[in-house]
Write a protein that binds this ligand. Structure first.
Ligand code: FHN
Length: 433
């Protein structure tokens, strides 16, 4: 009897250890909340805006290191207004906001206790990260933080100049990771970000094991905070080799993926940080980028770069407002939807919710839009989301949708197909434009 009891006790101890040994992962319910948001604002900002060159990358390139590293002594973005930035995001229909709290140049936009190279030692002094967190809370926009893995300014990080390896030093990665953990604990506890957007995984001093260590550290501080896949060595899949909760295709729209959460990060202009007279995307490009991302079951993190004085260029504010106007009319077809079932192409993209498929028409090739029929499904009703009627003819293989000479919306028109069953379970249908 005693032997049996001892055996049971051992089994219980082993199963408890197995649970603790398992890596803590972000709960699916939290990831679902994130993916329902579909559209966020990315903000690249820092003292380098005084030069109008790229944040991090222009150090030791367009801007000499000594000049770059002293820009914070003149950094005084007097027109920075967190409420205005957050309202710009909200009016654009963006549900979350991600700020570069620390980019590769190592400058911290919050008054960290772990590095003097921070906003409190600039003429501006104010806590930009903290004020944005507060403004997001006040306006109901979800607050997120970008945090660099590499830091070319930190003496403990071995690489000080990505363009010249002779400038590398021995560094001390243990001390570097300790500082990183202290800073992360500081921003997580002070600002309660919903998501941490890591970046800079690619350099040699950083390993996948470092990424796993930091991911589990973050989970020990807040098990619910979402982490992207750039803490580890980036991978195109989420698996035991990768670290993090979602994929991050950059400056491109990800392929349709119904199994792994993903978010494309794309700039409204060309440069991530503010650049004078940078080329800005057209409204049609902006809207069709958002729609194609959602149609692929992904989120869009759309980047703006506020100018050195802290204002967002009027032309960027206007473009974002125009996106918000489109979303005011058609947001039902974007937020809290799933991508598909039709894989997006140059002519159309589809999202779905309940028994509805939202067919987003990007361009009118001719008076008839032909799409593959869905086996076992009946379309009980079809109409343009603005109310105009739609004629649809179904045969065994295709639906033929009659298009008016002028589509209701020049940027992206939306046709609703009401089905006789739930649309969520329909397998993805590959299409050709
Ligand atoms: O090096 C950064 C770059 O500056 C920018 O922050 C983008 C945004 O995703 N990420 C890195 C380039 O892949």
């Amino acid at each position: 009897m005693m032997k049996k009891k001892a055996g049971l006790m051992m089994a219980l101890v082993l199963s408890i250890c197995a649970v603790f040994a398992q890596e803590v992962k972000t709960p699916k319910v939290v990831m679902d909340q994130f993916m329902d948001k579909r559209f966020g604002m990315f903000i690249h900002f820092g003292p380098v805006t005084q030069r109008g060159t790229e944040i991090g990358w222009s150090r030791n390139k367009e801007v000499a290191q000594a000049d770059y590293d002293n820009l914070y002594h003149e950094f005084d973005p007097r027109l920075f207004n967190a409420d205005t930035w957050v309202k710009t995001a909200k009016d654009a229909g963006m549900k979350y906001l991600t700020i570069t709290a620390k980019h590769h140049d190592g400058f911290c936009l919050w008054p960290t206790a772990y590095s003097d190279y921070n906003i409190s030692n600039s003429p501006f002094k104010r806590d930009i990260v903290g004020e944005l967190a507060q403004a997001c809370k006040k306006q109901g926009v979800t607050f997120c933080i970008y945090f660099t893995v590499l830091d070319w300014h930190d003496p403990d990080y071995p690489i000080h100049n990505p363009y010249d390896s002779t400038k590398n030093v021995k560094g001390d990665m243990t001390a570097f990771k300790t500082r990183m953990k202290n800073e992360l604990k500081e921003v997580i506890t002070k600002y309660k970000p919903f998501m941490l957007w890591f970046d800079g995984y690619w350099e040699k001093p950083w390993t996948k094991e470092d990424g796993k260590e930091i991911y589990q550290f973050i989970k020990s501080v807040d098990a619910n905070v979402i982490v992207n896949n750039r803490l580890g060595k980036i991978s195109e899949k989420l698996n035991e080799e990768s670290v993090g909760d979602f994929l991050t295709p950059e400056q491109r729209i990800g392929e349709i993926n119904m199994n792994e959460p993903w978010e494309s990060c794309i700039t409204i202009c060309n440069q991530w940080a503010w650049k004078p007279n940078d080329q800005m995307k057209s409204l049609k490009q902006c809207i069709q980028t958002l729609v194609t991302t959602a149609a692929g079951n992904g989120n869009l993190l759309f980047n703006i770069g506020p100018a050195m004085d802290g204002h967002i260029e009027a032309r960027q504010v206007k473009r974002l407002q125009e996106m918000g106007d489109w979303l005011k009319q058609y947001g039902e077809s974007i937020y809290s939807t799933q991508g598909g079932p039709y894989a997006p192409n140059a002519i159309y993209g589809a999202t779905r919710k309940g028994n509805k498929i939202y067919l987003h028409v990007f361009q009118r090739k001719d008076g008839m839009l032909t799409i593959p029929a869905i086996p076992g499904v009946k379309i009980t009703k079809s109409y343009f989301m603005n109310g105009d009627a739609v004629t649809i003819k179904a045969d065994k293989n295709n639906y033929q949708i009659g298009l008016p000479a002028t589509l209701p919306d020049e940027n992206c028109s939306v046709i609703v197909l009401v089905l006789d069953k739930n649309a969520q379970g329909i397998p993805v249908i590959l299409t050709k434009a």
